[in-house]
Write a protein that binds this ligand. Sequence first.
Ligand SMILES: Cc1cc2nc3c(=O)[nH]c(=O)nc-3n(C[C@H](O)[C@H](O)[C@H](O)COP(=O)(O)OP(=O)(O)OC[C@H]3O[C@@H](n4cnc5c(N)ncnc54)[C@H](O)[C@@H]3O)c2cc1C
Length: 436
Amino acid sequence: MKRGTERTDVVIVGAGFTGLSAALELKKAGIDFVLLEARDRAGGRVESRQNGLGERIDSGGQFLCEDMPELMALLQARGKTLVETHVEGEFVTQPRMSANQGERIFVASMAIRDRMNTIAPDDPDIAGLTVAAWLERQSDPDEVKAAFRSMIEGLWCQALERMPLWHLIDNDRRITNEVSELQYLVRETMHSLADDLARDLGDRLRLNAAVETIENGPEGVRLVTAAGAIEARSTLVAVPPVMASKLDFVPAAPAALERALGVWQSGAVIKVLVRYPTAFWRARGLSGMVMWRDLPGLFACDVSKDDDHAALVVFIGGPLALRWREFGDAKLRGELTARLQDALGAEAAGIIDLSYRDWTHDRWSGGAYSDLIVDATATDAERIILAGAPPVYFASSELSPSFPGYVEGAIVAGRIAARKIIADVQSAIATSASGS
Ligand SMILES: Cc1cc2nc3c(=O)[nH]c(=O)nc-3n(C[C@H](O)[C@H](O)[C@H](O)COP(=O)(O)OP(=O)(O)OC[C@H]3O[C@@H](n4cnc5c(N)ncnc54)[C@H](O)[C@@H]3O)c2cc1C
């Protein structure tokens, strides 16, 4: 050990919900740790910004439902207020069709999803198949397939042509909510929960501390940032797989691990919050929820917090986000306003604020809700990453046994990884105590 280098038991890399959840566990277990975060804030893909009206809005992860027990419990413990998402009224599908026809198409597209999920992810008949290739083989009407595509590209922010079918099935089976995942939002913002958790960590959390290199030697690990180095018995890399693949491991990570980290790709999403003076769509019998079948990946819903806060969120996901980000600010705003007018009526032009966050190519978390495996042969990638290269471990929402790609998944993933590390560290401490 070099003189003057800080030393701790565990270094966690990344203060998203995975890293924060792991930190909570280590703190409870009385293990010494440091949490290094590249950005100037905690929360990762959960983030808030001020809109043009000076209101703090969730520009990243926002929704949850009662079937997400860990997140629900944390929010309750921190005294946060849940706002029920307004869903009463007609769900508009664009181009416009009757409510009955829209409902019929939605039900039929969900039936495709259910049919897909009856296939075992390791069924040899689907080896190498992408979701797009599988969809092509289905005999459903084109309009139903288009709705399925829009739903999946919107949810996973990735072109169906790139998604291995087994991976989507495997993920979908871990997302077990019975009620809508859009059931609630948090009045104080979801990001305020990350801030609360971060505050409890005091000086164990170091912001603006991007880890560049992880050295692995006989005395443990050494993590190097621009500001210096920290040594530890063990480290948890709590960043999405694409970000983990960018770290410099010395010596190089085992070839299988390097390959497993390299088969992921970030999706693409632009999240838009549109404020109106009133929730005018409700008076017209509309829920505010819109799915554009002609623009797969475009979806809107009501995120009004109360009568004084009428708002819609619009997600631009997948290949559409990559195309629309090229429009530039004025054209993007014009396009969004025109699409909302088509769907909800002329009043949709009466916007009082339109703020958006372009996550595509985000430097520290990738471009969307989650990274996805894009190599159809990489069926063992998750298992290999989860095994890690002790004392270097990996966790992120993507790697969670429940709700991968969600905040709930991040909390679960961080906790599981922390428990593994706690057991290792406690046994190492016991060994060194008995040897001394
Ligand atoms: C626009 C958007 C909307 C979403 N909506 C929802 C939603 O409504 N509900 C829901 O449940 N989920 C939603 N999600 C997904 C959810 O936010 C994520 O799944 C979850 O927050 C991921 O947590 P994580 O800790 O695994 O990863 P991250 O949040 O990505 O955290 C990783 C952290 O590591 C840091 N980092 C990266 N590299 C380094 C490095 N080299 N050194 C130090 N630090 C590093 C990053 O800055 C980041 O803070 C949304 C995501 C986005 C982007």
